[in-house]
Design a binder for this molecule. Structure first.
Ligand code: AKG
Length: 277
């Protein structure tokens, strides 16, 4: 990683917004060329899934997509976003989960049916006894299609709900109080705290929605999908290898030695304030 990564560190404004709202947006995180190339690859995966029998009106949830194409692996340690991840979580991190979602037009009139509101991480929300729940991880959602208008299968959130263990979710009709669609143009990266109450929504438009989700968490968290990325270790530089789940031994995920966490070594050299224990 070259020192120009430091140009994209978490800003004071982003930190404040993230702490307050549980998410923030970075427009143009991806260039138009990147969006185009990633869209081509995503479309090819989606076309293959349709051929294999995926129902055409149904959302396609495709986990473990990093090994599908080198462009996806390139975003794991992407210059414009990784510095913001270490700015929030620190250096003992890796990609514990990744999924790609394609949401085709549903072909039904708009309704107010309650979406699937949730915090991320399943049983973590039942079995951790502290309040508020711990942050532990965050996701970056890279928007490839234009969801800058509502009704396009937008990602929905309740801003500020990340410190609430429960929210009132209507039973079938309407959305929780304060819920809003995230209006993201192609190329936008949305960073969100796993505790933020959020939901996918139906796509009532005629534009197929495409989003890549990258989940970063502490190295002692288990993977949440198959994450068959070990085959990429050999060809990856040490920091990407860390982010792809490499480590010297099991203990090093809890009590890392320098070789376990080359990201810390890089930060010691280039940004010592971010390398502290
Ligand atoms: O598809 C979406 O907009 C929501 C995705 C989601 O709920 C998640 O990544 O946990």
């Amino acid at each position: 990683m070259d020192p120009s990564y430091l140009d994209y560190r978490l800003t004071a404004d982003e930190k404040e917004i993230f702490e307050r709202d549980g998410y923030f947006m970075v427009e143009d995180a991806l260039t138009a060329d990147q969006v185009e190339a990633l869209t081509r690859t995503t479309d090819a995966i989606y076309a293959r899934k349709l051929e294999e029998g995926h129902p055409p009106r149904q959302s396609m949830f495709h986990p473990n997509f990093i090994p599908d194409d080198p462009q996806f692996a390139d975003l794991v340690d992407y210059k414009k976003t990784l510095p913001k991840v270490w700015g929030i979580l620190g250096w003992n991190i890796y990609l514990y989960h990744a999924h790609l979602i394609v949401t085709p037009p549903i072909g039904e009139p708009e309704s107010n049916k309650t979406f699937g509101w949730h915090q991320d991480s399943g049983r973590v929300n039942k079995e951790m006894e502290s309040h508020p729940r711990p942050r532990l991880s965050l996701k970056i959602a890279y928007f490839l299609s234009d969801t800058s208008q509502p009704g396009r299968g937008n990602f929905w959130v309740v801003p500020g709900s990340h410190l609430q263990d429960t929210i009132h979710v209507p039973n079938g009709d309407g959305q929780p109080e304060g819920a809003v669609p995230v209006l993201a143009k192609p190329g936008t990266a949305v960073f969100f705290d796993r505790r933020l109450w959020h939901a996918a929504s139906p796509n009532w438009s005629d534009i197929t929605r495409k989003v890549l989700f990258y989940g970063y968490g502490y190295r002692w968290i288990r993977t949440k999908d198959d994450m068959t990325v070990a085959s990429l270790w050999e060809q990856s530089d040490p920091i990407r290898r860390q982010l792809l789940g490499w480590g010297i031994n099991a203990n090093g995920f809890y009590s890392p030695k320098d070789d376990d966490v080359p990201l810390r070594g890089w930060l010691r050299e280039h940004s010592p304030a971010d390398a502290t224990d």
